[in-house]
Write a protein that binds this ligand. Structure first.
Ligand code: ATP
Ligand code: MG
Length: 298
């Protein structure tokens, strides 16, 4: 029912944790923009793909309303607004299409240090401060726990000290903020990362092709992010031992050989630390070379 458009619009966070990585990911997909003066809207130059720079809270709604076609937002935010919609009987209006491998964090319950945590039954009758009331309410309901959800838009971690709640449900990455507030994490409600969100139904105009192309490019960047191309030489009788040392790599590929020694290459999907290279060398690999992979078309 939204009007047909021939340019794609992607919403990303204007400022904050996801702003820079979202932009560089899209740049790696071959997009570029002419920066507009007010910097809320960036006009796409290399492709008809424009950017909208907004608060992350607004991204799910922009997709739901058809104002934007894609958005890059934390799974936590997307799930919260999705759960809130469902609680008031609205249909699903967006979905997470791809995990993007950044912005990792967890939505966790955290209790004052002095509590001895014995399990969710302990939550009965307690007040839990959170900015994720819908996810928390669903989680409590699924476990049959009757606790009071206290919605706060920020500074959730000081609520127990202020006496406005007994415990909290908040995003945690390193845990330093919790520790600084004499809280400890006890349960994980959600493992989150930045996701590419899109509509449940793909528009049937020029945008469909652009969306498919962008998804394919995104996969070609994200899927190879942790991969390295590993090249080396080895004698034939060393190959099985070297293969054993590379359980996280694709099968070894043999290149045209080089006076006696095999020349081998493989795509490795785990970390290739110096330690591992030295282990491979001791097992008979020579002239080891690690090449980073920028993009790929599957
Ligand atoms: P905005 O002004 O856009 O509303 P914000 O304050 O809501 O910004 P940020 O703090 O920039 O948001 O966090 C954006 C997202 O980063 C979070 O929704 C979450 O997905 C992710 N994130 C990763 N680690 C953390 C963390 N330790 N605390 C909070 N968010 C984190
Ligand atoms: Mg926000």
């Amino acid at each position: 029912n939204a009007p047909a458009r021939d340019r794609l619009r992607i919403a990303i966070q204007k400022n904050g944790r996801l702003a820079e990585p979202a932009r560089s990911l899209l740049t790696a997909c071959g997009l570029s923009w002419r920066q507009s003066r007010d910097k809320l809207f960036c006009y796409g130059e290399s492709l008809p793909v424009d950017l909208l720079l907004v608060r992350d809270d607004d991204i799910p709604g922009l997709i739901a309303d058809g104002v934007c076609d894609f958005g890059i937002v934390g799974r936590n935010e997307l799930d919260e607004q999705g759960a809130a919609r469902r609680r008031i009987g609205l249909p699903d209006a967006y979905q997470a299409l791809r995990g993007l491998n950044f912005g990792q964090c967890r939505l966790m319950l955290a209790v004052p240090d002095e509590w001895e945590w014995t399990g969710v039954e302990q939550l009965a009758g307690k007040r839990i401060a959170t900015s994720y009331p819908a996810i928390l309410a669903d989680w409590l309901a699924a476990r049959g726990v009757d606790a009071q959800v206290v919605e706060l838009s920020g500074s959730v971690e000081i609520a127990p000290r202020l006496g406005t709640a007994d415990l909290i449900c908040d995003l945690v990455s390193s845990g330093a903020t919790l520790a600084a507030n004499q809280l400890k994490p006890v349960e994980t409600l959600l493992e989150s990362e930045a996701v590419l969100a899109g509509p449940v139904k793909t528009p049937d105009d020029a945008r469909a092709g652009l969306m498919a192309m962008l998804l394919r490019r995104l996969d070609g960047v994200v899927k190879v992010q942790d991969s390295k191309l590993l090249m080396f030489r080895a004698a034939l009788d060393r190959v099985s031992e070297l293969t054993r040392l590379l359980p996280d790599a694709d099968p070894l590929v043999q290149l045209p050989d080089d006076g006696g020694h095999l020349r081998l290459q493989t795509m490795c999907h785990g970390a290739l630390t110096w330690q591992r290279l030295e282990d491979l060398e001791r097992a008979g690999a020579q002239g080891l070379m690690v090449l980073s992979v920028e993009r790929s078309l599957a």
